[in-house]
Design a protein around this ligand. Sequence first.
Ligand code: GLP
Length: 240
Amino acid sequence: MRVITCKNYEEMSKTAARLVAGQVSLKPNCVLGLATGSTPEGMYVELARMYQNGELDFSNVSTFNLDEYCPIDKENDQSYYYFMNKHLYSKVNLKPENLHIPNGSAKDIETECANYDKMIDSAGGIDLQILGIGSNGHIAFNEPEDELTAGTHRVELTEDTIKANSRFFASESDVPRHALTSGMATIMKSKKIILMISGKNKSEPLKKLLTGKITTSCPATMLNMHADVIVLADEDAMNG
Ligand code: GLP
C-alpha cells in the first residue's frame, strides 16, 4: 500500500484526477470503478475540467459504481445515480450504455446483484477503483460486521452510516435503511485501487488501516491484502 499525504482536499482531488487521467490515457477503453459521497466530488470537478479542456476523452471508458440506496428511484435527487449524473455523466462524453450503477429499484434484488458482478466480469474487470471511506471504516456499503460478503449484495445500513448520510436528506428518517453494494471480493478484484481519505473525522479508520492489521470490524483494513493500493490522505485525516 502506498500512502501519499496531500496538503488539503484540493490537492487530494487533483492528484486522484491525475491518476484517473493517467489510467484513461494508458487504456482508453478502461473500466473505472467509481464512488459517491463528498470525498470524490472535487475529483469529478477536476475530471470534468480536463475533459472540457480537451485533455481527456471518456468515449471508450466504462464505469461501474460501487453502490446505491435501496429502495430508491434513480430520479430521486438523493440517489447515487442522480449524484453521478450531476457530477460526471452530464459533464463528460461517457456513453450512456457504458455507465453502470446497481439498480436500487430492481424488483428481483438477487438477480440484480448477481448480474452486476457478471457485467463487471464481462467488461474485463475493473482497471482502477476509486474508493472513499466511512468514518466507521466501511468501503462502498460494506459495513463493519463479523462476516463480510464477497459479491454484490443488499445490506442493512448501520445507525452510524444513516446518521452520517442524513446530512444529504431532509431528515434522518428519510435515509433509506438498505443499499445494494459491491462486495469485498468485487472491490478486491480491481486491478488498482485509489482510496481517498479527507477530514479529521476519517482519521480513526485511517489509523486502523495503517496499523496493517486486518479486521472485519473495519472493512477498509482488507485493502492491506491488495497488491496495488494508493491511499491519498489529506493532512486533516493524517493528523486528525
Ligand atoms: C457512503 C458511501 C461510500 C462513501 C462513504 C463516505 O455511505 N457508500 O462509498 O465512501 O459513505 O462518504 P463521504 O465521502 O461523503 O464521507
